[in-house]
Design a protein around this ligand. Sequence first.
Ligand SMILES: NC(=O)c1ccc[n+]([C@@H]2O[C@H](COP(=O)([O-])OP(=O)(O)OC[C@H]3O[C@@H](n4cnc5c(N)ncnc54)[C@H](O)[C@@H]3O)[C@@H](O)[C@H]2O)c1
Length: 338
Amino acid sequence: MALSAASTVGEWLDHPVGGPVFRSILERAGTSADSLTPARSVPLQQLVALSQGKFPAELVDALVAAYQAAAPADDETAETATAPVRWAEDVTPGRFAGQTVIVTGAASGIGRAVASRVAREGGRVVAVDLTADKLADLAASLPGADVVTVAGDITSEDSVAEIVRAAGGQIHALANVAGIADDNSAVHEVSDALWERVMRVNVEGAMRLTRAVVPGMLEAREGRIVNVASEAGLRGSAAGAAYTASKHAVVGLTRSSAVMYAGTGVRVNAVAPGGVLTGIHIPGNAEFGGPRLAAYRGNIPGLATAEELAASITFLLSKDSVNITGTIVASDAGWSAV
Ligand SMILES: NC(=O)c1ccc[n+]([C@@H]2O[C@H](COP(=O)([O-])OP(=O)(O)OC[C@H]3O[C@@H](n4cnc5c(N)ncnc54)[C@H](O)[C@@H]3O)[C@@H](O)[C@H]2O)c1
């Protein structure tokens, strides 16, 4: 297999011909191969879309051209002995047929990947996010799919009511994906505004929508809720005080709800992503907390794609997660095992 723009960063770095070419182009662009270590599993072309200009398409074109000039025509060397078989999304037709699934944060990153996967597997998706234009983009990318979009803020009761209205009947599943990051601030440097916003979106938003859909699920004696927590819900070294506290609260909300609704047909689980390549906005890097947390970054095994997270989340949203409730599934390439 020859290298191409679809090959992963790791495949490029480990390749005997492509590796040196890649390293020299990175050096000329003023960056190092080490900075890409967390992105080893990411295809180069995806890095372009996610890097917001730091890794432009022209760089990939130049890289592929330089590799092709240097590689023998019958290059078979890319199949390294250590490279795992690359995962590709495998849609299960009809897995969500006849089901209505609410997905928050559906305009970007993990939420968008979840909404897309559910829609392509036959579900009716109520896609929720702050702004209408990016939701329209999601709907346009899924021709023929059943996607209802709701532009709203999950922290507002008016928006929550609108979301439930838009579902227009039985809600089979809810994915609470929308969330915001913090600036890695330690508790002594966190601002009231950041603390309140992170708690409101990450905890209160998930609680409000859950509170709104559970009565219908109890009546139907069926419903699955999946909350998106984080590695920061499992440990203290993955983010600042506000985000860490908020994601531990998401874990608590998940476990409490699983106990409260056990035996009713309503199941509540969470997925704790490790590092994921999305466009999530990081609002700065706090002076004290930022460098403290940097010391722990070496434990991160790599970055996942949003589609990889959607694979974990849609399993829990689907009926096949029968018998599972109250679990926190770490979808993190083993980070939490370290
Ligand atoms: N990216 C990561 O590395 C990572 C790691 C662990 C956990 N997570 C969690 O995964 C979830 C999705 O993150 P992502 O990386 O896809 O981020 P993202 O920024 O790409 O997507 C989040 C979406 O949520 C929306 N949103 C934010 N506040 C909202 C509100 N009040 N109402 C409605 N929509 C709102 C945003 O507009 C955005 O489209 C978040 O809960 C995040 O905390 C992400």
